[in-house]
Ligand binder design. Structure first.
Ligand code: SME
Length: 160
């Protein structure tokens, strides 16, 4: 398991995770299979998470996709909550304290920080990948860069 807190100390584990992810997804391009594997991989390899998974773009809404963690809200309109903000803006949302984010959707009261990365293929929004943590300020800028890289590998190796 990679300790995200160490990612700024020179012990950055993301290059290793990228290599492991490439090996894990090689030989399979099915979206559901790879999305399920990707969620499980991130959830097991990164410390201090309580949820990791996909919301997929369906019209003007995001709909719950493969994930790890407790049951979650199923539909999120674009522009609502942290996930909806990532979908509407196309920008990663790195939220140190979700209780200070207007409109945050509390699927699990244990969540305190959140990172949401939008997924694009050929310029089209496929959905978002959402990480929640029970710790405040869990995700550093280095974590954001590392997780964006993992998401890019997922999109590259998956038929969408
Ligand atoms: N907190 C998210 C909702 C999804 S759950 O965290 C799994 C949001 O505000 O969009």
């Amino acid at each position: 398991m990679i300790d995200l807190q160490q990612s700024g100390t020179g012990l950055d584990g993301y290059p290793l995770l990228v290599a492991q992810l490439r090996a894990l997804l090689s030989g399979e391009r099915d979206f559901i299979a790879n999305a399920a594997q990707f969620s499980a991989f991130v959830f097991q390899e990164l410390s201090d998470l309580n949820w990791a998974g996909f919301y997929l773009a369906r019209g003007a809404e995001l709909v719950l996709g493969p994930f790890q963690g407790k049951v979650a809200c199923v539909r999120i309109a674009f522009g609502r909550g942290v996930c909806g903000a990532a979908a509407a803006t196309g920008q990663t949302q790195r939220i140190e304290n979700v209780h200070e984010f207007t409109g945050h959707i509390a699927c699990d009261s244990e969540s305190n920080s959140e990172l949401v990365v939008p997924l694009f293929k050929d310029g089209c929004l496929l959905g978002v990948f959402d990480l929640d943590s029970p710790s405040l300020g869990r995700f550093s800028a280095a974590d954001q860069a590392g997780i964006e890289q993992l998401v890019a590998v997922f999109v590259e190796l998956t038929d969408c």
